[in-house]
Design a protein. Structure first.
Lengths: 356, 425
């Protein structure tokens, strides 16, 4: 069987190219794509470098860009931060108990790094980096992985000279050859095994989120000895929280602010259960001192602003939201700002509506 | 009739009961042997719903499930991912029956959040090795020959947390990265023929319009075989979280390929090797190398009831053991169920005709003797593939391959009817 045939045996594909009938007559629907449109969307890059635009960037510029756009999640040295993925490290761990899969240890192609940074990063501000910035960040990743020196400049010309260590570490799905012969044997129906003992229980690990158990009502319920008595729902209902006074806030503005909030929510959470993510959670942010949200790792620039006494009131929030890098230079919030004064005002009222 | 469920931790084994004034009968219970000590007021007294009026036809222009079913919802495992915007949740398969998954509780996987993209703003572009690169509006797509089919969509990482051993104590979390819907749309073949694939075009690359622009490469043979773009699921427009207005359907293959908010189909002479098909969705093997292009999902099944979220709450007697089976290689041929951890098997009753690459429901009409059970199910598909045990898989793949865990699940059901996720030796 050919390599191709084997591959598709694993996927139970019966159609082959030869079996595809002659192409049907086009319906004549849609319209021809314009070159500008294709250039805007057809940006994927292949391992042999096809699709790379002209340009370049060096490690030093890459480091500055990294600190601004990437370090908050991926660490200053691409080593990862908190629960976010490390980008380098992990060499030699692929056979370890806990493999660390990074660009350095696992990714096969540098084109994938360039393409992913270009199309999908930074998280919450995708497709905002310039071509040369993508080259520079990719160069910084190569440097952090110890694959190039600090004076390296990566360009579309020298791009494919860079090979990642694990390029040879992948092979095409061979389940059809390796597993099917074992897993297509007749299934045993009786006396298939000896005595059963439990060797592991999920409850030993204690990592399952709480869930409700569905209990139907039966005419012959199973009464369990020593089980807890039925819960009196009325007694178990907690006192309702006192309603937050929002009388001073214009509900229309709050609603407009909620709409504007969509551009913030990829990094920030607000409301009940909000927690820190890419950015800090923003409950009670109005009136708070800058860089004060518990448990969030702020940029040095933000910490400094807080130490200097910056308080988030309507005026400072308005200035910051208009141009985050203007009020606090070199902070890590990669966000272009909100141009419309009305939208900023609505956002601030919306933030205010989430004040304890 | 479903009583209101109680909040319960997956680890504490508190067992609440609601007997609703009914007293159980004597010890020797047969069919219809339950006895009531007093007349049931639900029968002897006129109830409010039998006296007063219900809601009119204008009360609910688009209905939600009745509030008694509020617990039948998607759930998230917070520690799995760094951020709920690039994360996954789980279908409440324990509480559903039949085969179709309602969109509103079908699991979601986003890489940069679910986006709002209107039909008016929607564009689909076909680029690359084609005679004519084309742009379609949503309306253009609605004028093409339309097809309808049902298919399951399973994340390759479904059951991925169980490689190292029993970990999550609920079928929603062990097997809930799956849904099954009836899709309507246009075959990918129709679209590709419209643009005219050049002979050297052997792969397509599909990409979404969201901020992750999630992209995957698919060989042309599959693209022309049974892939489609869908604009409705279960008879209505796709929900936002399922890719409104257009998603890709790749029957039998891992869910990551089913690109939502599909905006571009590139025709190429090789795979792009995107992030999602190199650093992710490749299966690390014990020798440190990794399998790639493991697209197909192999035969798998699980008992959804009883399970940790759906204990047996009645005395010994008749009960229904129910579950789901599926195969990315075709139709389910048979499902076997074992009550004793795999020593002896009986063939389950399939509900309806199994569909190609679609969920199949199975039942075993069982008379429980009140003794503990080690419940297992084992799917066999039309190619003769028999769902393996977890240990059979581990022997070949080790425990670090994350994806494609289709091993046999064991629920230990104790004499109190409570079920838990265990591994047996």
């Amino acid at each position: 069987m050919s390599r191709l045939g084997k591959r598709f045996a694993g996927s139970a594909l019966v159609t082959t190219l030869a079996a595809v009938p002659a192409l049907a007559e086009p319906l004549g629907l849609g319209r021809a794509a314009l070159p500008e449109e294709i250039a805007a969307w057809d940006v994927a890059v292949m391992p042999d470098g096809r699709g790379l635009p002209e340009g370049g960037g060096n490690v030093w510029d890459g480091e500055d860009l990294w600190i601004d756009h990437c370090a908050a999640c991926h660490g200053d040295f691409a080593e990862g931060a908190g629960v976010w993925p490390p980008i380098v490290g992990g060499a030699g761990t692929l056979t370890a108990t806990r493999p660390l899969k990074t660009v350095e240890s696992y990714w096969p192609y540098l084109s994938t790094v360039w393409d992913y940074v270009n199309r999908s990063m930074p998280f919450g501000a995708a497709q905002t980096l310039e071509t040369d910035e993508v080259y520079a960040i990719t160069a910084y990743i190569l440097y952090s992985a110890g694959l190039v020196d600090d004076d390296y400049e990566l360009t579309n010309e020298n791009f494919t000279e860079n090979r990642l260590p694990n390029e040879g570490g992948f092979y095409i799905d061979d389940r059809a050859e390796v597993e099917f012969p074992i897993f297509t044997q007749d299934a045993c129906m009786s006396d298939c095994r000896g005595e059963v003992t439990i060797v592991a229980r999920a409850t030993d690990l204690d990592v399952t989120p709480d869930f409700p158990v569905i209990r139907n009502l039966y005419s012959d319920p199973l009464v369990i000895e020593g089980a807890d008595a039925p819960v009196d729902e009325a007694a178990a209902t907690p006192e309702p929280e006192p309603e937050v006074q929002l009388a001073a806030l214009d509900p229309e503005l709050v609603a407009a602010g909620e709409t504007a909030w969509r551009q913030c929510r990829s990094c920030h959470q607000i409301g009940e259960g909000a927690r820190n993510g890419t950015g800090p959670q923003l409950n009670s942010i109005v009136g708070a001192v800058a860089a004060g949200v518990e448990g969030f790792r702020y940029s040095p620039a933000f910490v400094e602003a807080g130490e200097e006494g910056l308080v988030w009131d309507a005026a400072t929030l308005d200035t910051f939201l208009e141009n985050p890098a203007g009020l606090i230079p070199r902070n890590r919030m990669s966000f272009r700002g909100v141009r419309s004064p009305e939208e900023r005002a609505a956002l601030i009222v919306y933030l205010k509506s989430h004040t304890d | 009739m479903t009583d209101r469920p109680e909040e319960k931790s997956g680890t504490s084994r508190r067992a609440f009961l609601r007997t609703a004034g009914l007293a159980a009968g004597g010890a020797a219970l047969g069919a219809g042997a339950a006895r009531a000590a007093t007349p049931d007021p639900l029968i002897t007294e006129v109830q409010p719903w039998a006296m007063f009026l219900g809601e009119g036809v204008d009360a609910t222009p688009y209905g939600m499930p009745i509030h008694f079913e509020d617990h039948v919802v998607r759930r998230n495992v917070e520690w799995l991912t760094a951020d709920p915007i690039a994360s996954i949740n789980f279908t409440p398969i324990h509480a559903l029956d039949g085969t179709i998954t309602p969109q509103g509780c079908a699991f979601e996987r986003h890489h940069s959040g679910a986006i709002e993209l209107s039909k008016e703003d929607y564009r689909l572009m076909i680029t690359g090795l084609v005679e004519t690169p084309l742009v379609f509006t949503f309306g253009d797509l609605m004028r093409m020959p339309r097809i309808t089919r049902t298919a399951f969509c399973e994340c390759a990482a479904n059951s991925g947390m169980e490689w190292g051993g029993a970990q999550l104590n609920a079928v929603q979390f062990t097997h809930g990265m799956i849904h099954n819907m009836e899709y309507t749309g246009v075959s990918l073949r129709t679209l590709l023929e419209e643009a005219g694939v050049k002979p050297e075009g052997t792969w397509i690359y599909v990409e979404g319009a969201d901020a992750s622009s999630n992209g995957r490469s698919i060989p042309m043979e599959k693209a022309l075989d049974d892939c489609m773009i869908a604009f409705t699921a279960n008879g209505e427009a796709l929900r936002m979280e399922h890719g409104y207005p257009v998603r890709l359907v790749v029957p039998g293959w891992e869910g990551n390929l089913w690109v939502k908010w599909l905006r571009r189909i590139g025709v190429h002479d090789g795979p792009i090797e995107s992030r999602e098909e190199t650093s992710k969705y490749t299966d690390l093997m014990p020798d440190g190398r990794a399998r790639k292009w493991t697209w197909a999902l192999h035969a798998k099944s699980v008992i959804t009831s009883p399970s940790p979220q759906m204990p047996i709450g009645h005395r010994p007697g008749p009960m229904v053991i129910s579950g789901l089976a599926w195969s990315g290689l075709g139709k389910i041929a048979r499902v076997d169920v074992s009550l004793d951890g795999g020593a002896n098997w009986q063939t389950a009753r399939l509900a309806g005709e199994p569909g190609d690459k679609a969920l199949t429901r199975f039942y075993v009409d069982h008379v429980w003797d009140g003794k503990p059970m080690y419940l297992q199910s084992r799917a066999v598909d039309e190619t003769g593939y028999v769902q393996p045990t977890k240990d059979q898989l581990r022997e070949i793949r080790g425990v670090n391959s994350i994806y494609h865990n289709n091993g046999i699940q064991t629920w230990y059901v104790n004499e109190n009817g409570e079920a838990e996720n265990v591994e047996i030796g």
